[in-house]
Design a protein around this ligand. Structure first.
Ligand SMILES: [Zn+2]
Length: 332
């Protein structure tokens, strides 16, 4: 592996900001999982207590006819119809998009998580619990379900930041953006002062955003870690793990966008090309994403304009452009 490339990438301030912001999202996700899981169970219990006919003895009689598709769901039995009405009663976005396709309605009487997914963005059909969900899925649930009593503006601001992180085509954010993100994520987390794991994550995030790291390229090219300002230390492999996880989420998002009719094929093609170029320039990351590389290639082919060049020959994107000159400090 070319160590200098790695050092250039990890020492680029704006890329580093992007990784830090993404790291915050991962911390946010893990601190919300337990809390959300508990709350979903209590929401389900409260629904059954208020309307016993929704309970475990209620059975869907519609079979495969009670199958939602994307935003469409026409229940074919009384149980599913009652559940649908009940879910909409608690949905703050009841007149807008509800992604019924996430749910298996036959399980609503017995599986709280199947109910929760009606409050989430699309693409979560196979997810069986909060531990399989990313931050935006959990935030959307908190935002859309009236069981959660929070300042919704604080939730939507974090969702907006998350989308900016995931849609950034060059995987860079400015330091001003990062400061603003810190305010927004901490405003949101301060809504949960009584949940110990969320309070702990809040201070972890603060520490993370205050810290800085520099990648050293010591004599003999033994690159072994990132030293952070106040003495905390992250190994290269820890940083790498975070990068790969973020890139995977970004790729998932890209695949979903590629199916959306409202994003132009040209835009998708550009985003796919930028991602391919970034991975081409960063071999160490590519190795963790081999399957995705193939998927990217075939999607890119599908989305290319007929007059476009052969895949693999598009002009270099901005993977490292715009970075301040890399400061690779050699350890004496
Ligand atoms: Zn049914």
């Amino acid at each position: 592996m070319v160590l200098s490339e790695l050092a250039i990438r990890l020492n680029c301030t704006e890329y580093k900001n992007w990784v830090k912001a993404g790291h915050c999202l991962l911390l946010l996700r893990s601190c919300l999982q337990g809390f959300v899981g508990q709350e979903v169970l209590s929401f389900h219990r409260s629904l059954l207590a208020a309307t016993p006919s929704l309970g475990p003895r209620a059975t869907c009689r519609g079979g495969s006819r009670c199958s939602p598709r994307a935003r469409q769901f026409q229940p074919q039995c009384e149980v599913c119809a009652e559940w649908k009405r009940e879910i909409l009663k608690h949905h703050v976005n009841r007149n807008g998009d509800v992604h019924w396709g996430n749910c298996r309605p036959g399980l609503w009487p017995v599986d709280a998580w199947e109910v929760a997914k009606a409050f989430m963005p699309r693409g979560l059909t196979g997810k069986k619990g909060p531990e399989e969900c990313d931050a935006v899925a959990l935030l959307s649930l908190i935002n859309s379900c009236d069981h959660f009593v929070v300042d919704r503006k604080r939730v939507t601001e974090v969702i907006r930041c998350r989308n900016e992180i995931m849609h950034s085509s060059d995987m860079k954010v400015s330091s001003t953006w990062l400061q603003d993100f810190q305010v927004k994520i901490q405003n949101f987390l301060s809504e949960f002062k009584t949940i110990p794991e969320i309070v702990a994550a809040n201070s972890r995030i603060e520490q993370l955003l205050l810290s800085d790291w520099a990648v050293y390229l010591p004599e003999g090219d033994q690159l072994d870690g990132c030293e952070c300002a106040e003495g905390t230390y992250m190994s290269i492999s820890q940083v790498n793990e975070i990068e790969v996880e973020l890139l995977k989420e970004k790729l998932q998002e890209l695949y979903m966008q590629a199916e959306e009719p409202d994003v132009s094929p040209q835009e998708i093609s550009d985003r796919l090309a930028a991602m391919k170029e970034f991975l081409r320039n960063n071999e160490d990351l590519r190795n963790g994403l081999l399957e995705d590389m193939q998927k990217l290639d075939s999607l890119h082919l599908q989305h290319q304009k007929p007059e476009a060049e052969e895949p693999g020959e598009e002009p270099p994107a901005s993977a490292t452009e715009g970075c301040p000159p890399a400061k690779i400090r050699r350890v004496p």
